[in-house]
Write a protein that binds this ligand. Structure first.
Ligand code: ARG
Length: 242
């Protein structure tokens, strides 16, 4: 037992030392945590992770004189990675919510977003209220997941990746998917027989998550975002993908 505790302590120390060094390290990389199955914000293109968030983050790193390192993980691990210092920032089409603000800082917002409902063509579901009594698929830990219970669904099926929920919908295992609007558009375009319900589920805004104690980085990223908004660079990146 003692040995176990000692090992845990050492592991904890190593962890905190290396996590401290990431951002502080002169010339070290700026580490971005993301979940790269969320087109057009972050997705794999061959070996590379591309998308709006990847490019915005690369531009921020450049502005700060740093190189960008991307760590791909499950969406619901991103905030823990940021809080523990394993990553400097979470850039993942992440919606600002009151609850998340208790655990991390958010930068200024950089995109308007929404949760929308995807259904099979011809479905009777025409808006959020129609999800009552239905089986709804979401990506684990997303705002779709967090807010879905409000409409009294029969059940909420939680998937690790958004497209797994879409796959289940195609197979008729679930009645609808609640997911962010831009990925929804991509998934509907790629798969026949699906449509997006006109009435949105929520309106939201995306921002970058940074550890509570790293206000210095929040300020720097906000300065960079302001520069890109003014120069049109942010819009250029968005226009490339949307
Ligand atoms: N906007 C939603 C949220 O913040 C979903 C984001 C999912 N992002 C991702 N890269 N998979 O909860």
């Amino acid at each position: 037992m003692k040995k176990l505790i000692a090992a845990a302590l050492v592991a904890g120390m190593v962890f905190s030392v290396s996590s401290m060094s990431l951002y502080a390290e002169e010339g070290g990389p700026l580490v971005m945590a993301t979940s790269a199955e969320f087109p057009p914000y972050e997705y794999h293109d061959g070996d590379e992770i591309v998308g709006i968030d990847a490019e915005v983050a690369a531009a921020i790193a450049d502005e700060l004189g740093m190189t960008l390192e991307i760590q791909d993980m499950a969406f619901d691990s991103i905030l823990a990675a940021v809080q523990s210092g394993k990553a400097d920032m979470g850039v993942a089409g992440m919606t600002v919510t009151e609850d998340r603000l208790k655990n991390v800082n958010f930068t200024d917002t950089y995109a308007e977003a929404a949760q929308v409902i995807i259904v099979q063509e011809g479905s009777e579901i025409a808006g959020p209220d129609d999800l009552e009594g239905k089986v709804v698929g979401v990506q684990l830990g997303t705002t779709g997941d967090l807010y879905c219970d409000d409409v009294n669904p029969r059940s909420v099926e939680r998937y690790n990746k958004g497209f797994e929920a879409v796959q289940a919908l195609l197979q008729g295992k679930i009645d609808a998917v609640v997911i962010d609007r831009e990925p929804a558009k991509v998934f509907v375009e790629e798969n026949e027989g699906l449509e997006i319900v006109d009435e949105a589920f929520t309106e939201e805004e995306y921002a970058i998550a940074i550890a509570k104690d790293n206000t210095e980085l929040v300020d720097k990223v906000n300065d960079a975002l302001a520069t890109f908004k003014e120069s049109g660079e942010l819009q250029e990146i968005i226009d490339k993908y949307i």
